[in-house]
Each structure stands twice: as structure tokens, then as C-alpha cells.
Design a protein. Structure first.
Length: 497
């Protein structure tokens, strides 16, 4: 019987890649992969990773107890949950392989723990099958990040430029048969000291050390990339309700597989999953008003009805049936896409978790109503299209060429969303809900749905930290499809017998 393929997950974030690989099962029902080491530096992401690891342990050792659902719904505390005997064992297993370390730091903790993890899994032998996955932090490569730091003299020296070299150092040290490395597409055009970051990375891969060579493949074409653009995966083409475009490298150690081995590629989805399909099962929520002292259902209704009257809305408006907190999932309105539905829905979860609206200033509520009403036609309005009294008092607010022109952006119903990024933790202006009657930004759970996290995936920390984790992740549904390509590679040889 084949053993699960061990996985080492670097720069793990909240575990998007990890979730995708971990949920790939073989025909026998056994997992195709098993994560033996996860490495992340941010403490709340570590807590999220450990909780999810404990969940998987419970799932595979007999079943997840009801107390898990009671905990994620806020009905019992974490301490109460951990008092369950099998849960204690699950957390001990999670803590043994989820490590809080700063990769690229001054110590060798990561190298030592990876060596230990691979040794315990019995795969330190160069002929053994295992996979390295992860995505070095991408802020230094992103187009937005470079735009914000155009005149920053320290930008070229930012250590985030070279965290990928820590990833390559792990490759050099442990020689995985296969690696998967994810980053933003801005990596393809990023330069440092006049040199292309993309070419630097490929050159580094060609010169890891004597006798160690890797071939890089495109997961889109299943071949060596003819142009850098071949490495860009457009998530919306693979059943993800989000226009997330990322560079993902598939590296294969030369000589591990027979020369005749065929590298597969991702299969494009026959259907496009939209915001409407992803969010159709969510009970409507009203936004909150900031400051909290001003918040009330009566005041919120006055704001909504006032802005609607001012701009001539004749549409029927809900009267008094919107709540601040989450309500039970409307099972009659589950996602239409069967594959997406099976991926995100847990029938044991009878209500949405982490689905609570933010508070917004009254003027922003009016802007959200106006923008989402205008977007009913299928396009989010530019700021210059807003009435003057709804435009922010900002010196750049009326410059068409300035990025401020997209300061308020609606996630349109019948299209995939725009990219969910960590900036969603700052404010909700780029993530306005398409229903004008709700006058709000997306909740953590709605953002997680668009990122294809299962509904039972709990993000630890404050709401700001939860948003940040969601925005930093690889969509697990996409990661699952990448995992299938990697599993097929290993299935082509007797690498797991």
C-alpha cells in the first residue's frame, strides 16, 4: 500500500497550500499527502495552522467531535475544547510539526527542524519521495507594493526581495524531488539593481550546487515555460470565484523521475464561479455604524433610506430584516457549482462562522450604497463617477490617472471577484458587497469563501488578523488541483511503495 507523500510547507501563512495538498485523497480514501512540517513566523497564523492540523488529525483518527463545531461557533472556549482526550492528542501532534520560525533569520532553527521532520518521515534518502511547497512573502514584488515605494531609497535593500533565497537554501540543503513555489505576477517584471528578479531566480535554480539541477515547468502548459507569462495561473479559469493571477513554479529535480515521465498540467474548469454563486447562501447582514455609540438599526435605516431617496432609487428595500450577527445558512441557496459546493460546505456546520459585518463611517455607508447600486449593471464605478458630495475630501480624489480612482470598488455579482489581498485587513473600500441594501464590505467568511477556504476553516486572532490571513493565502481549491498534478507525477514511478 502506498504511503502518503510527506510535505514541507515554508512561509505557510494560514495554510492555503497546505489545505489543498492535505485534502487530496486517493481512490482508496487514503490521503495522497501528509504535511510533516509547517513553518511560519506570524503568531496568529501559527495558531490557525495548529488548529487546522488538529482538525485533520481528528478527521483521520476516527472523526471530528461535536466540540470542534461548538468551539468555532463560540459556544465553548479553546480550553474546553482541549479537555476532550482525543483533542489533546491532536494538538500535541500539531505542535510537533507546526513551527514558528523566521525564515531567513539569524538562526538555523528551520533547517534543524526540517531535517528532524524529514528524518522522522524516513525521507532523508535522496531517492525518497517528498514535496516542498510555499510562497516567500510577496510585498516587495507586487505592483502595488512597488508603486507605494517608488521613491523609497531602502526599497532595493528590502530583505523581502531575497527571502526566496531562503527557500532556495532549503532546496539546496535537502534536495526535494519536487517543489512548488508561489508568488505574485509582479515578480516577472520586478527588478533590483537593474537585474530582473525572475531571471535571478532562474539563475539561482541553475546554480544551486554542483550536480544539483532542477527543471522548471509551467502548471498551465505542462512544459518548460517559453515565456515568463506561461507561469501565470489565472485562478478564475480553474473554478475559483476570484481573478487571482499568480506565478507558480513547479520544480523537478533532474534524475529523480525517468526521462520519459510526462509532466501534467491543470485542467481548466468548464464553468466560471462568480461572486453570486460563492455568496448566495449567506444571510444578508446590515453594516455597523462607526463610532459604535452611533450604531442602531433605526439610524442605519435612516442612512439607507436617505441616500436611496437622494439618488432616486425606486427598488424595493428590505424593511427591518437585516441583522448585525450571522444567521443560519440558507441551505436552499447553496452554490450552484457542484464542485465548489462540495469543497466549501460542511453539513455539520449549521451556521456561518466569522460572518459579522464591520463598522463604517456614515459617509462611507452612503458611498457603498451608491457604488453597489451603480455596479448592478456589471461594472464598479470609478470615483470620478460619484456625485461630488460623495467624493472623499482628498487632494487626489478627482485625478483620473491616480490609483485613488479605484478607491471604492464593488465585487460585482456575476463575475469572479477581484484579488483578495491582505489590504482587506485595513479597510473594506476595495471589497464592497454587491447588495446595496447591506451597505457594507465583505465579512471575513465571505472573503474566505472567495478564497475557497472551507466553511469550517477557523482563523484565529482578531478580525483584522483574520482578514490578513485570508488575504495572504493561496486558494486551497487551486492548491488541491496543483496537488493532483504533483501526485500524478509520483504515481508515474514506484516512488511510494
Amino acid at each position: 500500500m502506498k504511503k502518503p507523500i510527506p510535505v514541507i510547507d515554508l512561509f505557510a501563512g494560514p495554510g492555503g497550500l497546505n489545505e489543498g495538498f492535505s485534502r487530496l485523497d486517493e481512490d482508496s480514501g487514503r490521503p495522497a499527502f501528509e504535511t510533516v512540517g509547517s513553518y511560519e513566523m506570524e503568531s496568529t497564523a501559527i495558531s490557525t495552522l495548529r488548529l487546522r492540523s488538529a482538525y485533520r488529525h481528528l478527521l483521520r483518527k476516527g472523526g471530528v467531535p461535536d466540540e470542534y463545531y461548538e468551539y468555532i461557533k463560540g459556544e465553548i472556549t479553546l480550553d474546553d475544547f482541549k479537555r476532550v482526550s482525543e483533542v489533546q492528542e491532536a494538538f500535541e501532534a500539531a505542535e510537533a510539526h507546526v513551527h514558528q520560525v523566521e525564515l531567513g533569520g539569524e538562526n538555523d532553527d528551520a533547517v534543524d527542524t526540517i531535517r528532524s521532520a524529514l528524518g522522522n518521515a524516513g525521507v532523508l534518502d535522496q531517492r525518497a519521495a517528498w514535496v516542498l511547497i510555499g510562497g516567500p512573502p510577496c510585498q516587495a514584488y507586487s505592483l502595488a507594493g512597488r508603486s507605494r515605494r517608488t521613491n523609497d531609497p531602502l526599497f532595493a535593500k528590502d530583505k523581502k526581495h531575497f527571502l526566496y533565497r531562503e527557500y532556495l537554501n532549503i532546496i539546496r540543503s535537502f534536495e526535494p524531488p519536487v517543489f512548488v513555489m508561489e508568488n505574485v505576477k509582479g515578480l516577472l517584471s520586478s527588478t533590483t539593481n537593474g537585474a530582473s528578479m525572475f531571471e535571478l531566480i532562474l539563475e539561482d535554480l541553475r546554480n544551486l550546487k554542483s550536480g544539483l539541477d532542477y527543471d522548471v515547468y509551467s502548471l498551465v502548459t505542462g512544459a518548460a515555460p517559453k515565456t515568463p507569462a506561461d507561469l501565470i495561473i489565472r485562478a478564475e479559469e480553474y473554478g475559483v470565484p476570484q481573478k487571482r493571477h499568480r506565478v507558480i513554479l513547479l520544480g523537478i529535480r533532474r534524475g529523480f523521475f525517468p526521462e520519459t515521465t510526462r509532466v501534467g498540467s491543470l485542467t481548466r474548469s468548464d464553468e466560471e464561479v462568480t461572486v453570486r454563486d460563492a455568496l448566495r447562501s449567506f444571510t444578508p447582514l446590515r453594516s455597523g455604524i462607526s463610532p459604535v455609540s452611533a450604531d442602531s438599526g433605526e439610524r442605519w435605516t435612516q442612512i439607507r433610506d436617505g441616500i436611496a431617496k437622494a439618488y432616486g432609487s425606486q427598488g424595493a428595500r428590505r424593511q427591518g430584516n437585516l441583522h448585525r450577527g450571522a444567521r443560519s445558512t440558507a441551505r436552499s441557496e447553496l452554490p450552484e457549482s457542484e464542485h465548489f459546493r462540495e469543497w466549501v460546505i460542511d453539513p455539520r456546520l449549521d451556521s456561518m462562522i466569522q460572518h459579522e459585518s464591520r463598522n463604517h463611517m456614515e459617509k462611507d455607508l452612503e458611498r457603498y450604497w451608491y457604488a453597489s447600486t451603480a455596479a448592478i449593471g456589471g461594472t464598479s464605478p470609478k470615483l470620478s463617477e460619484f456625485p461630488k458630495d460623495l467624493q472623499p475630501n482628498h487632494k487626489n480624489a478627482d485625478l483620473d490617472s491616480h490609483p485613488f480612482e479605484d478607491r471604492f470598488r464593488v465585487q460585482v455579482w456575476d463575475k469572479p471577484s477581484t484579488t483578495i489581498v491582505s489590504h482587506i485587513s485595513k479597510d473594506g473600500h476595495y471589497y464592497i458587497h454587491p447588495d446595496p441594501d447591506q451597505m457594507r464590505s465583505l465579512t471575513v467568511r465571505e472573503a474566505a469563501r472567495l478564497q475557497t477556504f472551507p466553511d469550517n476553516y477557523f482563523f484565529v486572532g482578531s478580525r483584522t488578523q483574520q482578514y490578513h490571513q485570508v488575504g495572504n493565502a493561496v486558494p486551497p481549491l487551486l492548491a488541491n488541483q496543483i496537488a493532483q498534478v504533483v501526485a500524478d507525477l509520483f504515481d508515474s514511478v514506484d516512488a511510494r511503495d
